[in-house]
Design a protein around this ligand. Structure first.
Ligand code: ADP
Ligand code: MG
Length: 272
């Protein structure tokens, strides 16, 4: 959280991404400092997922520059019409700098929870199994899942599975965590436990970029909210400013829809 003078962990400069002739990201600039939590909002189709996927090179930009921890991981010339010119081993190394949590948990169904968490460090990074297991068990504790180590994903609720997915990403010791609508696939009663785990992670100092429609989460923990509109960052600032005093017309209508929904629901919630 809040790191005004922290060093820069993530830097995007003029990132352009196209699919065929369609421009999806139109020169995105974004800077995230160590320990900062940035919540990325925007309408469906505005490019939020595409942007996260550029940061771990699942999408190859057409031009621009991306740096993590002062290391340039992408710059103009490293892709040819979006096709990577970076060697696969190098892509894997770069990818391990970021931990990604998706809407769908994507756990390995045939492995236990503990095996799911250990898989990356042991198989991909060739770390010593006994050391990884200690780390994995500590992460299970952090996520409130100690009793579930030897279960399979299908035996867990969606909220528990998503916390396993967070633990699995953290096991790789990423510099930066990326979340893409991590609570959107969950039953409403399970959203809170995942958000709570994310709040605790943020408080522990993890640098995070979070795509979410949970504006309450943004208020609680975000240092900055970034509004993406048609592939462009059109607002970037503290949550109070962006969400309560939106000054751009499209941001205003985006935010108002959430406030209207909340207002509409209030009588029902209060009656409960
Ligand atoms: N692999 C792809 N090929 C072609 N178009 C894509 C692909 N992925 C995303 N898009 C398009 O890019 C735009 C942005 O999508 P996305 O990044 O998923 O938006 P968001 O996450 O904000 O909803 C959408 O119009 C989508 O249809
Ligand atoms: Mg998306």
């Amino acid at each position: 959280m809040s790191a005004d003078q922290g060093r820069t962990i993530l830097q995007l400069g003029g990132v352009h991404l196209s699919f065929g002739s369609r421009e999806i990201l139109c020169g995105v600039n974004l800077e995230v400092r160590e320990g900062e939590v940035v919540v990325l909002i925007g309408a469906s189709g505005s490019g939020k997922t595409s942007l996260l996927r550029c940061i771990n090179l699942l999408n190859m930009p057409r031009s621009g520059r991306i740096a993590i921890n002062d290391e340039t991981i992408f710059e103009a010339g490293l892709s040819d019409n979006g096709v990577s010119k970076i060697a696969p081993a190098e892509v894997n190394r770069i990818r391990s700098k970021t931990g990604m949590v998706f809407q769908q948990f994507n756990l390995f169904p045939h492995m236990t929870i503990l095996e799911n968490i250990m898989e990356g460090p042991v198989i991909v990074k060739k770390e010593k199994s006994s050391e990884v297991e200690m780390r994995a068990r500590a992460l299970l504790k952090q996520m409130g899942l100690v009793d579930h180590a030897s279960k399979r994903p299908a035996q867990l609720s969606g909220g528990q599975q998503q916390r396993v997915a967070i633990a699995r990403a953290l096991a790789m010791r990423p510099t930066l965590m990326l979340f893409d609508e991590p609570t959107s696939a969950l039953d409403p009663e399970l959203v809170g436990e995942v958000l709570k785990a994310m709040v605790e992670l943020a408080r522990s100092g993890m640098t995070m970029v979070v795509v979410t429609h949970e504006l309450g989460f943004a208020f609680e923990i975000a240092d900055r909210v970034v509004f993406l509109d048609r592939g462009m960052v059109i607002a970037d600032g503290p949550p109070q400013q962006l969400l309560l005093q939106p000054d751009h017309p499209r941001l205003k209508s985006f935010v108002n829809r959430f406030h209207e929904t909340a207002d509409m629901l209030r009588p029902f919630l209060e009656a409960k």
